[in-house]
Design a protein around this ligand. Structure first.
Ligand SMILES: Cc1cc2nc3c(=O)[nH]c(=O)nc-3n(C[C@H](O)[C@H](O)[C@H](O)COP(=O)(O)O)c2cc1C
Length: 177
């Protein structure tokens, strides 16, 4: 892959807030998650987990996501990936690594949304949910925390790529020479 191709992938990846009703194949979800699993993590602990919701629990999860008013569009999404940190992983290995685990999960998620885009799908990371209730509805075990979910699907026809509004490089990069 050239830098130009990678740049294009980064620029076309955007939060999608309107999905078509085209379902997402299980194999596609597996492929995306597998690619995201190549993300770096402290001591290679890989403290991430994904709970893919595509079936009968989807309306339940969507209702929880909409309850706080930040994701009214989620009804369209054919799949929701619940992104979790397995806090048991660092506790069992090296508790000091629990400091890094949330960052590791963020790195995993960044890889995941780009992998999804490369596979022709769109995503929207969604926070602001009632975590205890979400965990209860999905029957997730103790030690699993859910910082956010990712709505996944194919963008609705005509959904346009927006221009990125970002800080200038001068605000994010300094050389300490
Ligand atoms: C942790 C996190 C939580 C987010 N929660 C929401 C959300 O609840 N609703 C929403 O519409 N977008 C949500 N977003 C998407 C951001 O608004 C979006 O990434 C940002 O505005 C940049 O736009 P872009 O992703 O299209 O480049 C969230 C993003 C992150 C990383």
């Amino acid at each position: 892959m050239t830098t130009a191709q990678l740049k294009e992938l980064y620029l076309v990846r955007q939060s999608c807030r309107s999905f078509s009703d085209r379902p997402v194949a299980r194999e596609t979800i597996e492929e995306i998650c597998s690619l995201a699993g190549t993300a770096p993590s402290a001591c290679n602990l890989q403290p991430w987990r994904v709970y893919a919701v595509t079936g009968e629990k989807l309306p339940v999860v969507k209702a929880l996501l909409k309850a706080r008013g930040k994701a009214p569009f989620v009804d369209d999404a054919p799949a929701v990936l619940v992104i979790a940190e397995d806090t048991r992983a660092s506790q069992a290995s090296n508790p000091a690594l629990s400091y890094f685990a949330p960052y590791d999960v963020g790195e995993f998620t960044a890889c995941l949304v780009l992998a999804a885009k490369a596979a022709g799908l769109d995503t929207c990371i969604l926070g602001w949910h009632d975590e205890p209730e979400l965990k209860e509805k999905l029957g997730l075990p103790e030690g699993i925390s859910v910082p956010y979910v990712v709505a996944l699907g194919y963008a609705a026809g005509g959904y346009e790529t927006r221009e990125k509004i970002r800080k200038p490089e001068s605000e994010i990069l300094s050389f300490c020479d």
